[in-house]
Design a protein around this ligand. Structure first.
Ligand code: ATP
Length: 488
């Protein structure tokens, strides 16, 4: 109505011969001011609303494979739970806990569980929400966040409040390093001021929990004692951890007796909790697509491929390309079996994500340290695809580009860790020509080894490629039967 009346008045004045241009400018400036104030208000409102998390939403028992991190975090949280004891001893309150680790390992879950454990109000924000073009906006948002934490807690009748900031590196990066550094610096300064303002005798005890994948980017001022007093490492889960997480995420799913979570945990080295949650979910979706009431092991097996490689593509390569891919993957698989019997889990020429086919290995065990032999074997497996193509089809293709990249990186790993003929080197100052020559020697040596082996297996390799073309996917057991390493 207001806009309508305004417009009518402007038209009336214009017709009556008045100069209405200043009026139009004034109205435009007023509207711009209104929208700026409104956009600031929205963020403040989001923080004010806060988000509470009770035990029913997240508890430490819902987090798998993070025993050490949970123990460390609980120890820190006990300072808040036993607040009167720490006050008697004159201990200053814990102000911040920093959770560091790769994405999807459960940092947000840990923060939520911490709120449940300490019976706190829970207010959350992401580092990116604080960064704006305008100087002072970020700092204002930090103030609002701490204020919201206190208000939410009082509203809920609680004495504790946990603020969780995800991606803290965005707002807590080293000062003076970004182009619009004034705004970044002001925001971080405000965070430091707010942390310093946390006192043991406050009506509401505030604890800041932050998460990051890039602790190296944080400003040292944040990491000094009295700010983030505790750093808790949240690592990728080991085999036992993966099994625990799989159990947690299959609790609510009807599983057939053939589902072997133990073997899935073995196959999923490098998976985070988020990957494993997605794996369980995808397996259930596959069962639903087949209108089944139970989830079978094969669904989980296929879901591993999906989580690792991406969704199946409808794109169908030409018969000649399919034949090449089958030979390429068979080459990888033969070399892998030769070097470690039983290492191949699946072999497929189904296009997924960025790949036209792939060979999946079953990791022997979680491995964190690699010897030169191990790395050279890895290179041999990587090169075997292209060399099989060359042997059977008389030339290589662009499909091996990524294999070469991985093989070169692995050769670099040998050089950088002092296991090459160059001995111990400083990777920073090693001349490029030295590195290139040594890389080449390592790769050539493995190429020769693979060529000799594949020549001996030419006939079986073509058999496996034919079976792959026929079935699109073969198991490690089928492969071993053809190779003659498995009887019956
Ligand atoms: P990011 O660093 O990307 O923010 P994050 O470490 O905070 O990730 P979360 O958001 O806590 O990871 O995890 C995402 C989802 O993955 C969770 O909701 C949960 O379903 C699952 N998940 C991750 N880690 C675990 C775990 N240790 N136990 C059980 N589930 C987990």
């Amino acid at each position: 109505m207001g806009i309508g009346f305004g417009l009518a008045a402007v038209i009336f004045l214009a017709v009556a011969g008045y100069d209405v241009i200043p009026l139009i400018f004034l109205a435009g400036a007023g509207a711009a001011l209104y929208f700026i104030v409104r956009s600031r208000g929205v963020v403040a409102k989001n923080f004010n609303e806060g988000k509470t998390v009770g035990r029913q939403e997240a508890a430490f028992t819902d987090i798998g494979g993070q025993t050490a991190a949970i123990k460390e975090l609980q120890e820190a949280l006990d300072f808040i739970k036993n607040h009167s004891d720490i006050q008697k001893l004159g201990i200053r309150p814990l102000k911040g806990i920093l959770l560091t680790g790769p994405p999807g390992t459960g940092k947000t879950l840990l923060a939520k569980a911490a709120a449940g454990y300490t019976d706190s109000a829970f207010v959350t924000a992401s580092g990116s929400e604080f960064i704006e073009m305008y100087a002072g906006v970020g700092a204002q948002r930090v103030r609002k966040l701490f204020q919201a934490a206190r208000e939410t807690s009082l509203k809920m009748g609680k004495n504790n409040s946990i603020i969780f900031i995800d991606e803290i590196e965005i707002l807590g990066g080293k000062r003076g390093q970004t182009s619009s550094h004034l705004e970044y610096d002001q925001t971080l300064n405000e965070l430091l001021v707010q942390m310093d303002g946390i006192r043991v005798d406050d009506k509401v005890r505030v604890l800041l929990i932050a998460a990051t994948n890039r602790v190296d980017m944080l400003d040292p001022a944040l990491l000094r004692p009295g700010r983030f007093d505790r750093q808790v490492k949240v690592e990728l889960p080991d085999r036992e951890g993966r099994l625990e997480i799989l159990r947690l995420h299959t609790r609510n799913k009807p599983l057939d007796d053939d589902v072997n979570l133990d073997s899935l945990a073995r196959e999923t080295f490098g998976f985070s909790g988020a990957h494993l949650e997605s794996l369980a979910n995808e397996a259930a979706i596959l069962a639903m697509r087949e209108s089944l009431t139970l989830v079978y092991h094969r669904h989980f097996h296929e879901a591993v491929d999906k989580v690792m490689m991406g969704e199946r593509l409808d794109r169908r390569p030409s018969p000649a390309d399919l034949n090449r891919v089958a030979i390429h993957e068979a080459g990888h698989a033969f070399m892998s079996e030769e070097l470690r019997m039983g290492s191949v889990s699946t072999l497929t020429i189904t296009p997924r994500g960025q790949t036209l086919g792939y060979m999946r290995q079953t990791p022997e065990d979680d491995t964190y340290l690699y010897t030169r032999d191990y790395l050279e074997n890895q290179i041999a497996v990587m090169l075997a695809g292209a060399l099989a193509e060359e042997m059977m089809l008389g030339g290589r293709s662009t499909g091996a580009g990524n294999d070469y990249l991985q093989a070169t990186k692995t050769a670099d790993q040998i050089i950088n860790s002092g296991m090459s003929e160059l001995g111990v080197v400083d990777p920073e100052t090693l001349p490029r020509s030295f590195r290139y020559r040594t890389q080449k020697k390592i790769l050539q040596c493995q190429e020769e080894r693979v060529q000799i082996f594949l020549e001996m297996r030419k006939c079986q390799l073509s058999q496996v490629a034919d079976l792959l073309l026929e079935q699109e996917k073969i198991t490690g057991t089928q492969l071993r039967k053809i190779m003659g390493t498995l009887t019956a």
